[in-house]
Design a protein around this ligand. Structure first.
Ligand SMILES: [Zn+2]
Length: 316
């Protein structure tokens, strides 16, 4: 049996973060939520992640038939790539996916082509493997604010555009928490300094919309959650500061993109500029001045963020 116990982190309110083994440890989580003997997964990782999710159920003694929901916050493949392969193993589960994203999980060819455009064919295969389509009869398309039940718990699915048009967040008012997918940015635990959390926005192609993203952060904060759970990675608590920094940093990304809009070597300038800017934030945060470590932790996100910003510039 694989060593699943080391890939789990337990949190309050019946929540377990399961490492989806995407790229490196503690980069991406699927959250298992258990209430009254029923279970849900919030985000699934990729098809390669599904064995971890099933092993987590087994370790915790939860029957596969007790899983009612697979909640895909949005259809980017590090969040929903494994949804089809997972739901095949869960006889009673339905997959909730934003109305603007649902068709991509039923018929994933466009999603696959889009991801190959971002990652290249070889890297795409290595990261995501085969994408299993989901039968339309098992899909639930929540309108903004739709409520679902998990055991005794009521969850609200609220539309939160900005990172992606097909993004929703999962609000649990009873436990004062929200699962934010990518809307509230990235906060890798590797960046924690003395328990202080570090956050950056994620501006993946092809829907980045800075105004909408800042409004969605405000909407998340309007529920006054005690903590939020990010797919990248798990629970963060210092929400007043993090929300302010998220919005400031969205503006900083946009200013950087506009500064280099017409530069002949725009792509290189933007990537160099973004890494340098995040480095100044890490300096202020007290993170070690180790360039090798910083590049190892940030280069993939800098690349994706810059692709998204360039896409946004070209759309404007
Ligand atoms: Zn995403």
């Amino acid at each position: 049996m694989r060593d699943i116990a080391s890939k789990l982190n337990e949190f309050r309110a019946g929540i377990t973060a399961i490492d989806t083994d995407y790229v490196r440890p503690k980069l991406a989580a699927s959250h298992l939520v258990v209430d009254g003997g029923r279970a849900a997964f919030v985000d699934t990782g990729t098809t390669h992640s599904v064995p971890n999710l099933l092993a987590a159920l087994e370790l915790k003694g939860i029957d596969r038939a007790a899983v009612d929901w697979v909640l895909a916050t949005h259809v980017h493949l590090d969040h929903a790539g494994g949804a089809g392969a997972l739901i095949r193993e869960l006889p009673n589960a339905r997959c909730a996916v934003h109305p603007r994203g649902a068709r991509h999980l039923v018929e994933p060819s466009k999603l696959i082509a889009g991801s190959i455009a971002v990652y290249g064919e070889a890297r795409y295969r290595e990261l995501y493997g085969e994408i299993v389509p989901i039968d339309a009869s098992r899909i639930f398309e929540p309108e903004d604010g739709a409520a679902i039940t998990l055991g005794k718990r009521r969850l609200e699915l609220i539309h939160t555009p900005g990172h992606a048009l097909h993004h929703y967040c999962v609000v649990d008012r009873g436990h004062e928490l929200i699962f934010t997918g990518d809307t509230f940015g990235l906060s890798y635990r590797d960046f924690d300094v003395d328990g202080r959390e570090f956050i950056i926005p994620t501006t993946t192609p092809v829907h980045f919309d800075p105004e909408a993203l800042c409004r969605s952060v405000d909407r998340i904060m309007s529920y006054a959650p005690r903590s939020v759970f990010l797919t990248h990675y798990a629970e963060v608590r210092d929400l007043g500061r993090l929300a302010r920094e998220m919005k400031e940093r969205v503006v900083a990304y946009v200013d950087l993109a506009i500064r280099y809009r017409d530069a002949p070597d725009r792509s290189a300038k933007l990537r160099h500029g973004m890494f340098a800017m995040i480095a100044t934030w890490l300096d202020a945060h007290g993170f070690p001045r180790d360039d090798g470590l910083r590049h190892r932790l940030l280069d993939d996100d800098v690349e994706l963020n810059c692709q998204g910003l360039e896409h946004w510039l070209d759309r404007k």
